[in-house]
Design a protein around this ligand. Sequence first.
Ligand SMILES: Cc1cc2nc3c(=O)[nH]c(=O)nc-3n(C[C@H](O)[C@H](O)[C@H](O)COP(=O)(O)OP(=O)(O)OC[C@H]3O[C@@H](n4cnc5c(N)ncnc54)[C@H](O)[C@@H]3O)c2cc1C
Length: 202
Amino acid sequence: MASPPDTVPTSTTVLIIGGGPGGSYTASVLAREGINVLLLEAEKFPRYHIGESQLASLRHFLRFIDLETEFENHGFTKKLGAAFKLNKYKREGYTDFVFDDPRNYSWNTVRSESDYLMLCHAEKCGATVMQETRVTEIEWDQALRPVAATWKNTQSGHMGHVKFDYLVDASGRAGICAVKYLKNRHYNPISRTLHFGILEWM
Ligand SMILES: Cc1cc2nc3c(=O)[nH]c(=O)nc-3n(C[C@H](O)[C@H](O)[C@H](O)COP(=O)(O)OP(=O)(O)OC[C@H]3O[C@@H](n4cnc5c(N)ncnc54)[C@H](O)[C@@H]3O)c2cc1C
């Protein structure tokens, strides 16, 4: 997936910021419907990311975009269930993923690899994917609707501008829209103190 700056489109129907699972999945779903999608990702994949433990429900989402078999064949560690401990004074709750279907297991993925599978799949589905391309600014019209973005190639420093009809901000923790413009991302005091442990068995 090369991303020479001069190949970044100057307009698109949907701009997706970020190629993590959120952005890649959205790109796949929309592109499969024939919608013109441009995904800009700041990093070069495969890239390190935390969050390896997947729930069984992931399988159904992957099936919906025809990615389940590739995930299955990749060789991630199979996960047959999980135990959630939300309160250190109470017993954990167990979920047996394969209780009534032995094929309903999930995986402990290597996120760099599973995210890369998803990003490549978005491109296979027809999305235009540009890596090492960071969105630096978003332009808003008078009705406070996002209409265009400025991007910068993180390697060459080359910059460009893209207009769009719809924006999906899938920039994860960076949350460019919420943090830089809307100022509506609030720190959750509960997650700072909540004791949250997940035990897994295979
Ligand atoms: C400590 C911890 C443990 C976790 N454990 C689990 C777990 O076990 N299982 C699980 O399912 N989830 C887990 N999660 C949550 C999981 O990691 C996230 O929910 C998931 O990564 C969110 O995906 P995303 O696509 O929204 O964002 P991300 O995966 O963060 O992707 C965002 C992407 O946007 C790109 N980006 C950011 N800014 C820009 C920009 N301006 N321009 C272009 N690109 C940009 C980034 O480079 C990144 O690739 C954990 C999270 C944490 C913090």
